[in-house]
Design a binder for this molecule. Structure first.
Ligand code: ADP
Length: 602
């Protein structure tokens, strides 16, 4: 930005002189017409007057007067004639000079400043005309004090030159018209003296050197007052690219610089110049430069603004890109974290699944262990159960043999029938045991609860009878179907009945009350006893594995825990509570379902 401004300034400094010169040349060009007009007018006036003396010299009366200057009849007549002529020709003076340079008649004869009687021998126009040529001269009138141009021609008397007739025109009127133009017009003669100018203070000043000889001539011819011939303090130099000059006029107080151009009037040897001040051109150049500078400045500012906008935009885009990159990085990081968490979770799930499988296996093993434990518990009762019918079978067989020996066939048949019944009973017990010992399948489905309870009771019968206990059970009229596994559910019931019997070991008339109800979508199997009930500790921990209050060898503390898990697997609940009237009550709650046939039919 600063560099641009500096460059702008430099360009302005470099461009100003050229610009100024162009405006100066334009000023000169504008002045040219004024100058041409001034030259034309001057030249016209001189040319018009030039022929007059020769024409006037033709008048015979002039020669007559010259021959007889003291003719008092002729002189007034000539004087008046000259006055008339001057008036009609529009010239300042017309006058007749004799060979001695004395004016004998003049158009101004009636005025105070009459030329009559004046001697003009010193004037070149007189001497030139007397020599037979056309005299011309310009000078400050010694009589009139006016600047004038003099033309003179010889007056011939036959072939002899009798005198000179002169015509003078004044030039002051031209200055008045020049003063109306804005420029200054000067007329210099061949001696570099400013003879005419609309600036009166420049009259008779010189512009340029004046030869010594010229000064002498001026003094002799009394052309100008010598005391006024002072050079103007001017410096001149050419204006490049034109035929104009720059003139600087500098005195103590003022300094003026002007454009000058010059035209020539050859016949009089005059140089007409027009001068115009350079200040307006300089001001115009300055204004133009200022405008250009402002425009350039505006353009630079605009460019700078646009550039800055662009920078800002780029900056914003970069920042946005950065932000986006950061965001993406964070998303990636989060994703990575999530992936890690996912992987961890997957690992944990696998671990869980493995642990669950392990647990399931352990559970199955425990169920098996529990069953084996129950079997161990039951083995004593079972051996009694099997021994008793075996002894009976043996007795009946012996009896049957005796009856057969005695030929008492009907009695023998009766005994054999009893043997068969015993065998049936033993077969039933063994079938239950086999079912019980078998590893249950994990499959769940509709289970007939009435049948399950009946099977469990069958299985427990030896123990129940061994304990002298009574079972209070009023089975529902129709079968109740619930979701579960038949063998596992049977194991649960067996376990609960077994626990009830254990709890009532010291009770004189142990009674186990069983019930089966349906309430809405659920059904409940309740096993109640009159034992001591569950202690607080047992209430809290009864379903924990290996919690037992029984002496070692009698309880493993697994029955309820296994039962609990089995029932939960069926989407059911196993609950323990104490009865209001003493004793404990265990409840198995299961989902009621449709019998398998109906399901198949559906
Ligand atoms: P175990 O019978 O081998 O001890 P269980 O898990 O079947 O294992 O029973 C755990 C404990 O719960 C028993 O030791 C006993 O203290 C208590 N318990 C179970 N059933 C009853 C009940 N009907 N009355 C009182 N206590 C019971």
């Amino acid at each position: 930005m600063l560099a641009a401004l500096a460059a702008l300034l430099l360009v302005a400094v470099l461009a100003f002189p050229r610009l100024e010169r162009a405006y100066l040349v334009a000023t000169g060009d504008r002045d040219r017409a004024t100058l041409d007009l001034a030259v034309q007018v001057l030249r016209g006036a001189l040319n018009r007057t030039e022929a007059l003396p020769s024409l006037l010299a033709e008048r015979p009366i002039l020669a007559e007067l010259l021959a007889d200057p003291d003719n008092s009849g002729l002189l007034p007549f000539v004087n008046e004639q000259l006055r008339q002529t001057a008036l009609s020709l529009g010239v300042s003076d017309v006058y007749l000079i004799d060979r001695d340079g004395l004016t004998i008649a003049a158009s101004s004869y009636r005025t105070d400043r009459s030329f009559v009687g004046q001697s003009f021998t010193y004037r070149p126009y007189f001497t030139e005309a007397l020599a037979g040529g056309l005299g011309r001269f310009h000078a400050l009138g010694t009589t009139s004090g006016e600047r004038g141009y003099f033309f003179a021609a010889p007056v011939l008397d036959g072939t002899r030159i009798a005198g000179v007739i002169a015509v003078k025109i004044t030039l002051d009127a031209f200055e008045a018209t020049w003063a109306e133009s804005g420029s200054t017009i000067i007329v210099q003669d061949s001696s570099n003296v400013i003879f005419l100018s609309d600036r009166a203070e420049w009259h008779f000043r010189t512009l340029g050197p004046m030869p010594e000889a010229a000064l002498e001539t001026i003094a002799v011819t009394r052309q100008y007052p010598v005391s006024r011939l002072r050079p103007l303090p001017a410096r001149r130099m050419p204006l490049p690219g034109s035929d104009y000059e720059i003139v600087t006029i500098e005195d103590d107080e003022t300094r003026q610089t002007m454009v000058m151009q010059t035209g020539l009037i050859a016949t009089s040897g005059w140089r007409v110049s027009i001068l115009s001040p350079t200040a307006p051109a300089r001001a115009q150049a300055l204004v133009a430069l200022a405008i250009a500078g402002l425009v350039a400045l505006f353009v630079v500012l605009l460019a700078a603004t646009i550039w800055q906008r662009r920078l800002r935009l780029e900056d914003r885009l970069a920042r946005q890109a950065g932000e986006q990159a950061r965001l993406e990085a964070r998303v990636r990081e989060r994703t990575r974290d999530l992936d890690a968490a996912n992987a961890q979770l997957r690992l944990e799930i696998e671990e869980r699944t493995r642990a669950e499988a392990q647990l399931r296996k352990t559970q199955t093993d425990l169920i098996q262990a529990g069953k084996l434990a129950a079997l161990g518990q039951m083995s004593a009762a079972l051996s009694h159960e099997f021994n008793q019918p075996l002894a009976a079978v043996k007795a009946y067989a012996e009896n049957a043999a005796t009856f057969l020996d005695r030929g008492r066939i009907p009695e023998a048949r009766e005994n054999i029938g009893l043997i068969s019944a015993m065998a049936d009973r033993m077969a039933a017990i063994s079938r239950h045991l086999r079912n019980f010992a078998r590893r249950p399948q994990d499959k769940t489905g509709p289970v007939p609860l009435r049948a399950v309870i009946s099977d469990a009771l069958d299985l427990m019968r030896p123990r129940i009878e061994g304990a002298g206990a009574r079972i209070l059970y009023d089975p529902p009229a129709t079968e109740v179907w619930a979701t579960g596994g038949r063998v596992r559910l049977q194991q649960v019931i067996v376990n609960l009945i077994g626990n009830a019997l254990d709890a009532m070991e010291d009770v004189p008339h142990p009674v186990v009350t069983l019930s089966l109800h349906v309430t809405g979508p659920r059904c409940r199997i309740e096993v109640e006893d009159h034992g001591p009930g569950l202690s607080d500790e047992a209430l809290a921990q009864a379903f924990d594995p290996f919690f037992t209050t029984k002496p070692p060898g009698q309880g493993l503390g697994l029955g309820l825990s296994i039962s609990y898990n089995i029932v939960r697997d069926f989407n059911g609940r196993l609950m323990a509570a104490n009865r209001a009237g003493g004793g404990a009550v265990f409840t198995v709650e299961l989902d009621v379902t449709d019998p398998p046939g109906e399901m198949a039919a559906q």
